[in-house]
Write a protein that binds this ligand. Sequence first.
Ligand SMILES: Cc1ncc(COP(=O)(O)O)c(C=O)c1O
Length: 477
Amino acid sequence: MLTDTKRLIDLDHAHVWHPFTPMAQWRQGDPLIIEYGEGPCLFDTEGKRYIDGVSSLWCNVHGHNIVQLNQAIQEQLDRVAHTTLLGLASPPSIELAARLCQLVPGALSKVFYSDAGATAVEVALKMAVAYWFHVGQPQKNQFIGFRGGYHGDTTGAMSVGFCEQFHQPFGSMVFPVTQVSAPDACRPPQGMRIVADVGSSVDRCWPSEDQQLAVDLSIACIAELKQVLDTQAHSTAAIIIEPVMQGAAGMICQPRGFVQEVARLARKYDVLLIADEVATGFGRTGKMFACEHETDDSFAGPDIMCLGKGLTGGYLPLAATMATDQIEQAFRGTIEEGKTLFHGHTYTGNALGCAVAMASLELFDQTNLLGHIDQCGQLMRDRLGELGECPGVRDIRQRGLMVGIELSIPNESHKQLNQTGHLGGEVCMAMRSRGLIVRPLGDVVVLMPIPATPQEVLHEMMDVVVDTISQRFAGYG
Ligand SMILES: Cc1ncc(COP(=O)(O)O)c(C=O)c1O
């Protein structure tokens, strides 16, 4: 090990508090220190190459160290790095807002900037509550979320994505939110009548595309949401959903048409719909935005949409909360009328972030990235099929380039499958030693390659994934 690596490890252990990381355990090992990146790969301080199989936590889009993106930042830097949007405007924030409004589905025509996915959600929640306040229905100030949903780590975002495992110490800080069941084929809602046999079809199904099960799940979850709305719509500001794929829950796919059913109910009960596309936006699910999978003409799109992560191609922290004209209209008034949205951050609409976001959107067109993603999604689907008979693979879920491989230890008779919560971590570390960086969510191995990954590198990644998982469960026959 080079001396500098050793020095950095010691300093990291002494001073850096890592997110979502059990620190005592972290300090027992040597961290992997990434020094530079090139395209789909990262290189550590020893020069070892790794494929970035999680898009640097679901945000990188075109790869690392991309000339056009570097240039966009440099050109903006030569003008000015940052100016406030409080009382001033800036060319990059204006251009980007106009471009985003052209790009997103539905009638979203207003952009409120912030700097992280969680803040985009926080803004959405405040927008929704203040909207109802200003239109004379202040009692509509509650939220409905989907069980397992994750929306970030600020207090409001935690509240709408409350999870006992992570948030127990914060129970006193969060506000109550009604959670309804999300359509999860491996963990169907309690009491749901399932026509398909979970034991045979879900455990082995590749992927969770059992049509009957999907229909049953959708019907059960929509019925539950409707029941809640029947009694709570009068006090509900908005429903918040991660459309098409609940990411942090373990890549839980929603049956096709589910989002538009939720949207239909929201409209019927006069409740706003917030689409949290922080993870799913910018091509991850195969479309530019996950909401675009819903093709029904009656689907008018969400009222509010949250964007982050891939907005800047994964280069800089920038987020956006987009809203319809109708919502923003409720905030029009003088400061004395108190209709202003009193929210903002120092770096709101940062010029460098907006400039690189514009360059990223241009690259989407120049490289026909959505076409490439389509081919890569198919490639991954084909390669994941090689795990179809692997005894430790409970389920494989995929939408575009978002993949969850749920693992479990088969028991003696191989009839029951045991979840451990640690299998994902064990398998991901084995993959790392073979030059692939991926991160688990409990027993789920998450694959989220950089969308622009060339097909030969994607094959290399899938070789590691298939070999590592097959070898781990080789003994179970
Ligand atoms: C759906 C969703 N919303 C919000 C967030 C929070 O984003 P950030 O980590 O940028 O605050 C995430 C992060 O993973 C996410 O997946």
